[in-house]
Design a protein around this ligand. Structure first.
Ligand code: 2IT
Length: 450
């Protein structure tokens, strides 16, 4: 491999040794883009990679709020403005107890290349808190969000940095966050956040966009294999907003999601998790404090398996991990490969460990696609929401959906083309990394050394 690339990976491994997730994504991305560095000695001279692995800015702040019993609670908030070379910083906020600097940096780094891939002018960022919304009342969530935004508002703006949702942050949280931003600024700058409610500038199709986009991307992959979506059996981990979008679009296009999972067990629904009743049930379950997937099995009369995961089930054509990072390790990867499933599409950010991904890539019969391409429709539609806000108008659902579909085809085509151009054959992972990297690298290079 290119010695400069090796040197930067080694530097990150040593300097940020304790930031496991961050080291993992740096290793994955930089290994993929080594051929681009071979072809661009000027990037080495400008020490571009060492600059690129350092966030432009990383805020860490105290978030204090009062719970319903009157106890004072303290959490840590973050905003990592990773790379602004091609547009205002853009990326979600994650509220989850395992959020730390490593998680923020890995997500911000991934977001930089993902956002570039969308073809829209958005830089990469991520933020969040170690606050865990599980079991909190609406009032507690509101007070937390207000305190979080009070710390953050002076560092964001429609042309500066535009946060959105991620795990633990949905429409309700974005509403509270925007309300507090507006209160503090005294301005109706709704382009500062995306994933808003429709009544104050949200975009149609944004809640569905990540899942719909994943299925549009899958459709391109299947076409390449001269295969079809109709009749396919899909296993989705998680049951959040992204899984919900996948279920909805898969059903519309004639495929079936058979499996979904929570942290304690999984559902196997032979009839397919589809139709308004089931999908609304999942949305409500997500919002509720119980988060008990078994209630789905009780209600719709299907199988619930407690304390196990479904990886390796033999009645699946397509695996789509959609829950969180590192949900598929080497053991799970071996089971998936042995199951005979041909397609593995990452949907959640970095769901596969480095060693599991290497193992899956070695399975010649399998097609593997990376999350930064497959899930890019979410942030892509966020960028469309920003355009609508800037123009003070709103597009129809058909218009947004059409643009999303085109965007996903564009991302797929760009990835295929980039890998082929570097002599790597049909490699969706390397292709996405290269295509995403090229635009950011060129923008940084042209803007000079800083
Ligand atoms: O991981 C992601 O791309 C997101 N959570 C969405 C980010 C956004 O700005 O819509």
């Amino acid at each position: 491999m290119n010695s400069y690339v090796e040197q930067v990976i080694a530097y990150v491994e040593e300097k940020y040794a304790e930031q496991k997730e961050f080291v993992q994504t740096v290793r994955e991305v930089l290994t993929s883009i080594a051929p681009v560095i071979d072809a661009h000695p000027e990037y080495v001279k400008a020490d571009l990679l060492k600059r690129m692995v350092e966030p432009e800015r990383l805020f860490r702040f105290r978030v204090v709020w009062t719970d319903d019993e009157g106890n004072v609670q303290t959490n840590v908030g973050y905003r990592c403005q990773f790379n602004g070379a091609i547009g205002p910083y853009k990326g979600g906020l994650r509220f989850k107890n395992n959020v730390n600097e490593s998680v923020m940096k890995f997500l911000g780094f991934e977001q930089t290349f993902k956002n570039s891939l969308t073809g829209l002018p958005i830089g990469g960022a991520k933020g969040g808190s170690d606050f865990d919304p599980a079991g909190k009342s609406d009032e507690e969530i509101m007070r937390f969000c207000q305190s979080f935004m009070t710390a953050l508002y002076r560092y964001i703006g429609p042309d500066i940095d535009v946060p959105a949702g991620d795990i633990g942050v949905g429409g309700r949280e974005i509403g509270f966050l925007y309300g507090q931003y507006r209160r503090l600024k005294g301005d109706f700058e709704n382009g500062v956040l995306t994933g808003k409610g429709l009544s104050y500038g949200g975009s149609l199709i944004r809640p569905e966009a990540t899942g719909y986009g994943a299925i549009y991307y899958l459709d391109q992959v299947l076409k390449h294999e001269k295969d079809v979506l109709v009749g396919k059996r899909i296993a989705v981990s998680g049951y959040g907003n992204v899984a919900w979008g996948i279920m909805k679009k898969a059903a519309q296009m004639g495929a079936k999601v058979i499996y979904m999972s929570g942290s304690r067990g999984y559902i196997r629904d032979e009839e397919g998790i589809a139709g308004d009743e089931k999908l609304d049930f999942i949305l409500k379950l997500r919002e509720s404090n119980s988060k008990d997937l078994k209630s789905y099995a009780d209600r719709f009369g299907c199988e619930y398996v407690e304390g196990k995961t479904f990886w390796g089930a033999k009645d699946v054509d397509i695996y789509m991990p959609s829950a969180t990072q590192n949900e598929v390790g080497l053991e799970e990867a071996k089971k998936i490969a042995a199951s005979g499933a041909k397609y593995y599409l990452e949907v959640s950010n970095m769901p596969t460990t480095n060693e599991a991904l290497a193992y899956l890539k070695n399975q010649k019969q399998m097609i593997i696609a990376p999350s930064k391409a497959v899930n890019a429709g979410g942030v892509g539609v966020s960028a469309l929401e920003m355009s609508q806000n800037a123009e003070r108008l709103s597009w129809t659902a058909e218009e947004v959906d059409m643009r999303l579909k085109e965007m996903m085809k564009g991302i797929y085509d760009k990835s295929v083309e980039a890998a082929e151009r570097y002599g790597l054959g049909y490699d969706l992972i390397a292709g996405a990394n290269i295509a995403g990297f090229e635009k950011v690298a060129q923008a940084m290079y042209e803007q000079g050394v800083f």
